[in-house]
Ligand binder design. Structure first.
Ligand SMILES: *Cc1c(COP(=O)(O)O)cnc(C)c1O
Length: 370
């Protein structure tokens, strides 16, 4: 039996009846764009994350681009992005006409390093992209006090952090604006691309909604040129079904993570992620570090355990960012991308599965590194 990294078929089978009838209902009334499902999702997801406004958009990358555009920053503003993330975080900055400035990640929880970030601030810095990487919240108080002092915006990239909490507060509307992805493999995933923006700022809520829908306030009344980035009603209907289970699924992720943290403790040459005491980490990914990453990954696959790597090349080292010349910066993130390994985690796993993973990892280290 394979221990899967992700099991979307298993998840679908567990809620098949509800999902099928939700899909059928949308199709039978052919209410594909706009409609009650998207309205319900926006209301319920805003409430779920503790925000006043939610705007459904086409995907998480668009959510970032639209959020940045809505801030109306001067052209070519500097936006600080952590060196370890998915490229969407930095891509959205450039696509919006601004300049990416990379900073390092924290070696314990892998989110943006406050110390490194402070060294990157200039008079042109207008925003910080706080990526709640692996479902661990960034240190928001530190970011908010910097933002206030320097008069800069905080954009929260919550693509991996549905239901994550910072000091008891759900992420996304702690800073100025937050973005989510409902890519199928995310903690809350659609059956295709989808995303959302949340905020407590009524102006940003209106502005982002208009950008995502051709700059209009009503049909054929366009105030400015926007774009088409809507979350469609079929996806919304599916997400409405899945949102009901998200809290339980999240708890299962945390239970698996707690098991890994307890049972993998004390292995020489294996670094576990550290969860800060103020964090509710939702473990979109459970990432360990070892300098025999590739060998361990192969070993685990031979034992029918699928792992992933997030991310194999730090953002500054990507060809796409050669022009920034920050690959050689002495970032922790640049030096350790070859050590990262994402263990299987998700609601599809049981503690017994987690135990199989733990035993295999312990076997590897006792056989190979005495
Ligand atoms: C998945 C992801 C995105 C992009 O979301 P899409 O819906 O795939 O466009 C952005 N940022 C992070 C950190 C992600 O993990």
């Amino acid at each position: 039996m394979m221990i899967k990294f992700l099991d979307l078929v298993g998840q679908y089978n567990s809620i098949k009846g509800e999902v099928d009838s939700a899909i059928e209902s949308v199709i039978s009334k052919s209410s594909f764009i706009g409609g009650e499902e998207i309205k319900k999702l926006e209301e319920d997801f805003a409430q779920f994350q503790g925000a006043e406004h939610c705007i459904g958009v086409a995907n998480g990358t668009d959510a970032l681009e639209i959020a940045i555009e809505a801030l109306e920053l001067p052209a070519k503003s500097e936006i600080i992005v952590p060196a370890n993330s998915f490229i969407a975080s930095s891509e959205a900055v450039t696509r919006s006409g601004h300049k990416v400035v990379f900073c390092d990640c924290d070696p314990n929880n892998y989110t943006i390093s406050i110390a490194s970030l402070k060294q990157k601030l200039t008079s042109k810095t207008k925003a910080i992209l706080a990526v709640h990487l692996y479902g661990h919240p960034c240190d928001m108080d530190e970011l908010l006090s910097l933002a206030k002092e320097k008069n800069i915006y905080i954009i929260e990239d919550c693509a991996q952090a549905h239901a994550a909490e910072y000091k008891g507060k759900r992420v996304g509307a702690i800073g100025d604006i937050g973005t989510f992805s409902f890519y199928p493999g995310k903690n809350l995933g659609a059956y295709g691309d989808a995303g959302a923006i949340i905020t407590n700022n009524v102006h940003l809520a209106k502005k982002t909604r208009m950008i995502a829908n051709h700059g209009r306030i009503e049909k054929y009344n366009h105030v400015f040129e926007g774009r088409n980035s809507r979350l469609d009603n079929l996806q919304a209907a599916i997400l409405n079904v899945k949102l009901k289970y998200l809290e339980d699924w999240t708890k299962q992720r945390i239970a698996i993570a707690d098991y890994y943290l307890k049972e993998l403790d004390g292995i020489h040459n294996l670094k576990l992620p550290k969860r800060e005491k103020w964090a509710r980490q939702v473990y979109h990914l459970f990432v360990i570090r070892t300098n025999s990453r590739d060998q361990l990954k192969t070993f685990l696959l031979e034992r029918n355990i699928q792992c992933g790597v997030h991310y194999p090349i730090s953002l500054p080292k990507l060809k796409a960012y050669e022009y920034l010349d920050s690959a050689s910066e002495g970032f922790f993130a640049n030096k350790t991308d070859s050590e990262l390994l994402s263990l299987p985690i998700g609601e599809h796993l049981t503690i017994k599965d987690a135990d199989t993973v733990v035993k295999a990892i312990r076997d590897y280290f006792s056989e190979h590194e005495l």
